[in-house]
Design a protein around this ligand. Structure first.
Ligand SMILES: [Zn+2]
Length: 255
């Protein structure tokens, strides 16, 4: 699990939330892990033009600036840099996803092309190294943006890259059955899980999550104390190993 690593998150916050402890461990071990945020948030793309007509432009820009500042602070807390690719979120990709059932339903066929494109783009990044391993979301909760990044991970695996899928939090925390449901759908696409003890860096993971000040009340609306909730989940994941994060090796297509 240790070596040069690229952590891909669909949205601002997915990596610190889900596997910040492992990222921090890699940083502390001198492996200089890097983070990439794929989607830009709700304030760019076609939707922005519409919003700019209705709202003050400066407000929209301020919100985006806050989201990025929080993301950068979280990355720094974990010992990483972060790059924003700025792809449009699902709800702004044409007319593909217009309702919650669609947003959390099956990935549309035309999106598979976007996943292949994303996999190519990742290998063109200045951060890219041929000996890098890549982390992508497992897709627990089935958000189409998360599924899309998982599919990009499969493309990378098919190209010979070592790819691990992290369990999407907070979905995996508040709906543990979602992990099993996603694994049932993925079948042979993933292998046996690897557990990484994070006692050394759990505090950094919690501190990095706290950086998303504008989002924490929304993300953790099911609990009043996210630090206790995340710690409990890490302890349950690790069992005898202490607090831990769990990863699923991503297999190549047809492999
Ligand atoms: Zn997300």
């Amino acid at each position: 699990m240790f070596g040069p690593s690229l952590f891909i998150q669909p949205h601002y916050d997915d990596v610190p939330l889900s596997c910040g402890g492992t990222l921090a461990l890699l940083a502390e071990s001198g492996h200089e892990p890097r983070m990439v945020t794929v989607f830009a948030g709700e304030l760019v793309g076609e939707f922005a033009a519409w919003k700019h007509q209705r709202w003050k432009v400066t407000d929209a820009e301020q919100v985006l600036a806050v989201r990025r500042k929080e993301d950068a602070e979280a990355a720094r807390t974990l010992g990483s840099s972060v790059r924003w690719l700025g792809l449009p979120d699902a709800i702004y990709r044409g007319e593909r996803y217009r309702s919650d059932p669609e947003l959390f339903g099956a990935l549309k066929a035309e999106e598979l092309e976007l996943a292949a494109h994303l996999a190519e783009e990742v290998r063109e990044l200045p951060e890219w190294r041929d000996d890098m391993q890549v982390f992508v979301p497992l897709g627990v909760g089935s958000h189409v943006d998360h599924q899309l990044v998982f599919e990009a991970g499969r493309h990378l695996a098919s190209a010979g890259v070592r790819v691990h899928a992290y369990e999407d939090c907070p979905y995996a925390i508040h709906t543990p059955a979602g992990v099993e449901a996603r694994l049932a759908i993925l079948g042979e696409a993933v292998g046996d899980p690897v557990v990484v003890p994070i006692a050394q860096t759990l505090q950094k993971r919690l501190d990095s999550i706290a950086c998303y000040q504008s989002q924490v009340p929304v993300i953790f609306r099911f609990t009043s104390d996210f630090r206790t909730t995340v710690t409990k989940f890490a302890l349950e994941t690790g069992g005898d190993a202490g607090p831990a994060e769990r990863f699923w090796p991503v297999h190549p297509h047809g492999g």
